[in-house]
Write a protein that binds this ligand. Structure first.
Ligand code: ZN
Length: 161
């Protein structure tokens, strides 16, 4: 069974998708440009574009890159957590401070675990990439208030791969 999707068939499809991803345009604007319903555009994104992206990601991603993605996301999460924490500290909301401290610690434990696994697998590519070096710096800086976790991470990082 062939489904005809106005977005899939449009010659500017890739431009529309890129603009949507970068939030330079909206589904409504794309629909207007193509001359279809807004729901056609959103259905295209959900049913056509997303599965394609997922497939190509799984086909192309090196195991090392998958790890890096997880790490990058963890770092981002942790960064946001720290922001919440300093907001709570500024407001002297002690209950919130304790809660965020606990969360941040859990994040750090997971980070340390991830780093340990990376090291065990001897992922040489990561240890020399500039992103990794920046990230390693960020991680060790972030761990300053947690000497035990910091030590564990640094130990894991310095073991020969
Ligand atoms: Zn489509």
């Amino acid at each position: 069974m062939m489904t005809r999707c106005a977005v899939c068939n449009h010659k500017e499809r890739e431009t529309f998708e890129k603009d949507l991803a970068l939030e330079r345009t909206t589904a409504a604007d794309v629909a207007r440009a193509i001359g279809c319903n807004r729901s056609t555009v959103t259905r295209h994104l959900r049913n056509h574009l997303l599965p394609e992206l997922r497939e190509s990601y799984q086909a192309n991603a090196e195991p090392e890159l998958k790890h890096l993605d997880v790490l990058a996301e963890m770092m981002e999460l942790y960064g946001r957590m720290k922001e919440h924490l300093s907001n709570a500290e500024n407001g002297e909301d002690w209950q919130a401070i304790r809660a965020f401290h606990a969360e941040a610690r859990k994040d750090l434990e997971l980070l340390a675990k991830l780093l340990g696994e990376l090291q065990q697998e001897g992922t040489v590519n990561i240890t020399v990439s500039p992103q990794w070096l920046t990230m390693r710096h960020t991680i060790t800086m972030a761990l300053e208030p947690y000497p035990q976790a910091r030590e564990a991470v640094l130990e894991a990082l310095s073991e020969p791969g």
